[in-house]
Design a protein around this ligand. Sequence first.
Ligand code: NAD
Length: 495
Amino acid sequence: MQTNASTSLANNYVSQSIDCLHFIDGQYVSSLNGKTFDNINPATGKVIGIVAEGGKEEVDLAVAAAKRALQGPWKTMSQNDRINVIRRIGDLILERKEELAVLESVDTGKPIWLSGSIDIPRSAYNFHFFADSLRSDGTEAYQMDQVAINYSVRKPLGVVGLINPWNLPLLLMTWKLAPCLAAGNTVVMKPAELTPMTATVLAQICKDAGVPDGVVNIVHGFGPNSAGSALTEHPDVSAISFTGETTTGKIIMASAAKTLKRLSFELGGKNPNIIFADSNLDEVIETTIKSSFINQGEVCLCGSRIYVERPAYEQFLEKFVAKTKELVVGDPFDAKTKVGSLIGEEHFNRVKGYIELAKEEGGTILTGGRSPEGLEQGYYLEPTIIVGLDGNCRTVREEIFGPVVTVIPFDTEEEVLAQANDTHYGLSASVWTNDLRRAHRVAGQIDAGIVWVNTWFLRDLRTPFGGMKQSGIGREGGKHSLEFYSELTNICIKL
Ligand code: NAD
């Protein structure tokens, strides 16, 4: 991949076309039939490069390379060397962090301060963290009196397919790739078609770090009848780790069933923020601004349903609306920008459709709901706060995945718990209260895989991460990731 990006990009994000090729068996390659698609910068609506469009043939080649690599130097490499290679990938990401941050912002429309402070450093940390886990995590051993001892050994699963969404492209890809490599697997990755750039660079970084050819492969393309479905259908792929929409997860599950693949799913959410009147309102507002609108609200963990205890409702709204109006929407490369562009035209229209729906459902828009003046090019939307809707409305029930939240008052703990849990999603929640017992009681009754109390998005990578109900299957993080990406063999020795 050729890049000519720098961070001093006031009016010129990238000065030449950035093209993304597949990466198969250690080489960048075009599609066999030469097919490509355009990559569009959502902040300008302009084409910034072309992307090789892969399908079954390219996936076949990539899986074959990954299968061969399972028997190559990757297999015989000592654990210590593997740890060093994985750690080095993190180091090289940090060495190229400015370039990667620019590419991520150009690809997604997110502010450069965000990709520079979260997406890219966290991607590097994913490798450092799992290198450390591999060194320190053990496996189980059980002794049966003086009769026998059991211990388990980890083996790789084989070739693993990693399929990712567009909202946190490098962060989520590395969150899967690092433990997958730590467990000794080989990989075929399918980045989201809307955000191919940082994954393409990552392939070179892996090679530079000493990952043997064929261990990490990338095939670009779309989902159905394209690279995505070819990967989920492939008989030589042992497992699929997928992050994306719940509806896509259902399709992948059906497809993977034919070859009985192991599946890890991180899916959609419609996460509740529950704010009790005894909480520190200034702290609540500061964090709720982030949990509502960071990354244009395009984070699976964003709290899009905000429930406020009635005595604090009016004051909360007044402060929340005022602070939201201060958020500068605009050019991702302008230092003042807090909210960048949505990912693209289709998603922009979908999110705007929900704002229209909210009005039809009887909602009142307190702020936002439209594109800021002067930003007609690109897919910008003002952060939007809606009131006057209840849990029967589609606006409150369906994942919007944009800078749009609803605020609803509540009177009792029972009532708010019933509303919070009245959804087929169950990814995350946050609870705000200074009453320790209530915090514990409420947090324990929310059907979500992750509950924050008096905070949001505070992550310790050792903790289980994942959703209940239709928000996911399985958990990632620490030993949970290593469990998913390995087979355990129990060995029982009679003493
Ligand atoms: P998506 O499901 O449309 O696409 C995700 C990936 O799946 C893309 O690479 C796409 O090409 C591929 N894909 C689509 N159809 C496929 C098929 N039939 N077979 C194989 N692959 C296929 O999701 P998106 O719009 O890119 O991302 C937004 C969604 O991701 C939201 O629902 C969000 O909540 C979810 N998400 C969840 C988490 C989490 O950790 N739970 C994190 C980030 C995003």
